[in-house]
Ligand binder design. Structure first.
Ligand SMILES: Cc1ncc(COP(=O)(O)O)c(C=O)c1O
Length: 459
């Protein structure tokens, strides 16, 4: 006869098999487990992750309101590719990119074309592929070689562009950033472009610092190049963060389709689009910018619908959440949220700039992201990696990392202010930075220089 202790419904949770006794971690076991035990094990292990709201390294959404969470729970079974089975989700997807085409001032939004993606990385791949294919068509039609395409961009591009050039055999021509030219600004651009240039990428919100690249200046440099050489080189805007900030906070800035050279724009719905991960968007100013031979078709309401994507299946719920935000916030609501983020970013940046130990790199006035460096000559005992490690002990994830290439000797530390970092939390962060800096300044001898990349950095 079995004892009561064998009855799992009586056995307290943390005395059960799997909780009280070890289970293999790298092999599937033969036996099943009760759902509540499995839930508890996974739930508890995920507690060891950092607190997402205190993760100031990421650009990606960590807060949505309860109605959005409810909508997510209602629709997490929706597969975006099943357009025929989920025609409402498909229709909402199209509405979203049309809203973005309008927000980004497409000359004729009815002629624009776009799609959702899993994030900006996929969107950038699609943007790059369209540039490459258009260039190939033009060259082939003229009987010219298509052997050596290149893409011109700043050395501070996000890693997705290195992936694009690597995966699709395109030469990456990186224009180094420097103290004098901290972004791609058209300076000496003529030395980088030639007849094999498929396009130039301009970043609206450089990942390292949050600064905007001056699209108008890049376009003007390309106009001069065209006047001198006849080369007509398009621009792709990597607006992963900024394409959801500039329309609301800097509406006068002409970075978008108002600039004729801009063929395509990507953004991350899951960054300042204010949706949980993962959704991205790309829009082309008109059908001519997206060659037909890149487009596949899927069935939709008994007919066919064009699609252009790398993934087949992917979640549809985030697209619905994006539309929820468009309805819920409207332009004024987005402006209010992004404005509050900018206020917090500038408040924090100015306060950190007042520290004797630090010099600001930028102040969060483009996207609500700013970075600082250790003031020259302040100390040899510690560096920003040590400060990052100290802050981590208090739960704050604030990455330190080297700048790219020519500035690789320069270490900066960056804060990304997102929806949910209130002034109150910002003050707590400042208190922690003050305490940690005082502690480090009190050290009588140098810390060993062994700790690096204490917090992962999304570049
Ligand atoms: C400028 C830029 N481009 C592309 C990406 C990649 O975006 P995602 O994480 O949505 O793939 C990022 C992410 O930080 C970014 O900052």
């Amino acid at each position: 006869m079995s004892s009561d202790r064998d009855l799992l419904s009586i056995n307290p949770l943390f005395t059960r098999d799997g909780e009280a006794r070890e289970r293999p971690r790298f092999q599937m076991t033969d036996d099943e487990m009760l759902p509540e035990t499995a839930y508890q094990i996974v739930h508890d292990e995920s507690m060891l992750d950092g607190n997402a709201r205190m993760n100031l390294a990421t650009f990606v959404g960590t807060w949505m309101e309860p109605q959005a969470a409810q909508l997510y729970a209602d629709t997490f079974d929706r597969n975006m590719i099943d357009k025929d089975e989920y025609p409402a989700t498909a229709a909402i997807e199209e509405r979203c990119w049309r809203i973005l085409a309008d927000l980004w001032n497409a000359p004729d939004p009815a002629q624009a074309i776009g799609t959702s993606t899993i994030g900006s990385s996929e969107a950038c791949m699609l943007g790059g592929l369209a540039l490459k294919r258009r260039w190939q068509h033009r060259r082939r039609a003229a009987g010219q070689s298509t052997e050596k395409p290149n893409l011109v961009m700043s050395s501070a591009v996000q890693v997705c562009w290195e992936k694009f050039t690597n995966y699709w055999d395109v030469e990456a021509r990186l224009v180094p950033i420097s103290e004098e030219h901290p972004t791609l600004d058209g300076h000496e651009l003529a030395q980088y472009v030639d007849e094999n240039t498929i396009g130039v990428v301009a970043i609206l919100g450089v990942t390292y610092t949050g600064a905007y690249e001056p699209v108008q200046k890049v376009a003007a440099a390309l106009d001069d190049i065209q006047a001198a050489t006849g080369l007509d080189i398009p621009i792709h805007i990597d607006g992963a963060s900024g394409a959801f900030i500039a329309p609301f906070l800097q509406p006068e800035l002409e970075w978008d389709f108002r600039c004729e050279r801009v063929h395509s724009i990507n953004t991350s719905g899951h960054k300042y689009g204010l949706v949980f991960p993962g959704v991205g968007w790309i829009v082309w100013r008109s059908r001519e910018c997206l060659p037909d031979d890149l487009i596949m078709t899927v069935s939709y309401l008994g007919g066919e619908m064009p699609t252009f994507a790398l993934n087949f299946s992917r979640p549809g719920a985030q697209v619905l959440l994006q539309y929820y935000n468009f309805l819920r916030l409207g332009r004024n609501g987005y402006a209010a949220v992004q404005g509050a983020n900018r206020d917090v970013a500038q408040y924090l940046a100015h306060a950190i700039g007042e520290f004797e130990a630090f010099d600001l790199w930028n102040d969060g006035s483009d996207i609500p992201v700013f970075a600082w460096r250790l003031a020259a000559g302040h100390t040899d005992n510690w560096d920003l990696y040590d400060l990052s490690a100290q802050l981590r002990q208090r739960g704050w994830l604030v990455p330190a990392y080297p700048m790219p290439d020519d500035l690789a000797d320069l270490t900066v530390q960056r804060v990304v202010v997102r929806n949910g970092l209130s002034m109150d939390l910002a003050d707590s962060l400042l208190d922690s930075i003050r305490d940690c800096t005082d502690y480090l300044d009190g050290l009588s001898s140098p810390l060993p220089k062994t700790r690096r990349n204490t917090t992962s950095f999304h570049h």
